[in-house]
Design a protein around this ligand. Sequence first.
Ligand code: DAH
Length: 345
Amino acid sequence: MLEQLNEWNFKKEIAEIKNLFDWEKVYIKLLGKKGKINSFFAKIKEVPADQRKVFGQRLNEIKKEIEKLLEVKKLEIKKLEEKKFFDPTLPGKPYLKGSLHPLTYVIEEIVSIFSSIGFIRVSYPEVEWEYFSFEALNMPKGHPARDDFETFFIDFPQDKKYGRVVLSPHTSSGQNREMRRIKPPIRMINIAKTYRPNWDATHTPMFHQFEGLCIDKDINITHLKGTIDYFVKRFFGKNRTIRLRPAHFQFTEPSFEVDVSCGVCQGKGEIDGQKCKVCKSGWLELAGAGMVHPNVLKMGGIDPQKYSGWAFGFGPERCMMMREEMKIDDIRILYSGDIRFLEQF
Ligand code: DAH
């Protein structure tokens, strides 16, 4: 009997199992009530008395081994079947979805507002010649106005005419480039990254601007006002108004600062007799603008006797924060890549 037990090749029987159906059959055959293990136990009486102990021990060992091998086999089969089996009715695994940066949405919206009144979006180099950033905007070398546009300079050989290479400090450099590209009528919206070496709670070294430029015959300030008013009403809401305040820029004459009426106090500057905490005056500063300086037109190859134009420069970050009334105490969070912030949009 002990010999029979020792010769029993149960490992082979288990190894030959191919699927769960076989597995079930083998399980019953080996470990079931009327299975082989039990039949050996039943025959224990037939074993000569001196071999009984060894027989019993061996049988128990084999039983345990079979249990273990069957368990391993079951896992193997399940894994294999999982691989083979595809149930198209099961719901798919949800993938993590990214989203666009909140500012990207705002830029798309700005482009769509201006394109509805005939403005075409263009892009001009972020790595730009000094000439387009300054000289072509009526700020010759050494002019103090250039200091207003603190600038990153690139380590690159100077050009005799165009000067040094800079990271464009404002989108106004697109004005001359657009005048070189096409003849009037010009209706440009140039949205780009701009750079200035500032890093604090209200400045990031990289930010954005959008520059509007309109050049045609008989263009005057009312067209400028009308266009900005149209944008403000669509972007901030119908009840918002704008005002122009005199200012100075080298590339426009006359020049203005554009203010938008405060959305919190509706331009009144106070709420229930208290000064509005957001604007303090009823107005919020929004942009710079003006009528394109004749020198700027000339440098773009356009005759200022025949044509006139206006230009403005806005900050989309500022527009976004003003509209969403984001209470951000540090603007750098916009570009920190912090998912907890970005996920909210
Ligand atoms: N380029 C100016 C800046 O970065 C903004 C600006 C002012 C743009 C007046 C214009 C303009 O087109 O007419 O501060």
